[in-house]
Design a binder for this molecule. Structure first.
Ligand SMILES: Cc1ncc(COP(=O)(O)O)c(C=O)c1O
Length: 248
């Protein structure tokens, strides 16, 4: 039996550790403040604002021997994220059932809410995955498709997604119908027609990469989706690069 003082001490430390884990960090507040302060400043002016870039620079770690120019395909995590992951990993090993189930698990639903707010959707519509490949392949391998069903996709889609679709072609006998875009293009009707002219009565899915990783091309997803939906075709969007990248 715990005494009252002992119980309230434990309750308080429990709350304190929750606050430590999920409370907003001072540094991220500084960065958020800097982002707010400069939101109306033009890109040209912002490029010369050393105070702003100081916050951005200090939010990341760098290698002493290499200059990293690839922040797209393998984007580095901010320092605050790296530190939190290491800390949570250590805690999970120190007292697994306590920290994983009673403490860290409690952060998942509030996080889902925040991400849903950012995405402009309801939390129930959002599933958390470890990366875009796992999320997309869960859908690609999980869809109920049979031999002869058609999937429209493009030669410019991400190779791992193309390979996942080819795997279904080999295993299940679905038919892949290829679009080959001339890129870059600012002609949304051209891009849309490339997909929609391939639609037939057998088309079940159209797979669209929202921002093409090779050259930054943005696809008119809404325009394509409206036509697909009207024909009863499901739309799978590879949004690996679009979330939090531009307003859509
Ligand atoms: C268009 C596109 N889709 C999917 C992925 C896979 O993303 P992840 O590495 O998060 O699995 C990438 C990665 O660069 C990508 O560029």
């Amino acid at each position: 039996m715990f005494s009252n003082t002992r119980r309230s001490f434990l309750q308080k430390t429990g709350l304190a550790s929750l606050g430590l884990l999920f409370g907003a960090d001072a540094w991220s507040k500084n960065l958020q403040q800097a982002l707010n302060d400069y939101q109306d400043v033009s890109p040209e002016t912002l490029a010369t604002e050393e105070d702003f870039w100081h916050y951005v620079q200090q939010s990341y770690t760098t290698s002493g021997g290499l200059i990293n120019l690839n922040n797209g395909g393998v984007s580095p995590s901010p320092k605050i994220v790296q530190d939190a992951m290491k800390r949570y990993h250590d805690m999970s090993n120190e007292a697994p059932s306590y920290y994983m189930w009673r403490i860290l698990d409690q952060g998942r639903e509030p996080l889902r809410e925040k991400l849903a707010n950012l995405a402009g959707i309801h939390a129930e519509e959002l599933a958390l995955h470890r990366n875009a490949s796992e999320a997309l392949e869960t859908v690609i391998f999980g869809l109920d498709l049979k031999a002869g069903d058609e999937v429209v996709l493009s030669k410019q889609d991400y190779p791992n997604m193309i390979n996942a679709w080819k795997q279904r072609e080999m295993r299940d006998g679905i038919k892949l119908v290829w679009v080959n875009h001339e890129l870059p293009s600012v002609d949304n009707d051209y891009l849309t027609n490339n997909y929609t002219q391939k639609f037939t009565a057998k088309t079940k899915i159209v797979h669209i990469t929202h921002i093409i990783n090779w050259n930054g091309q943005i696809m008119p997803v809404r325009q394509i989706a409206d036509i697909a939906k009207a024909q009863g075709i499901e739309v799978l969007v590879d949004g690996a690069h679009s979330f939090a990248h531009f307003d859509f």
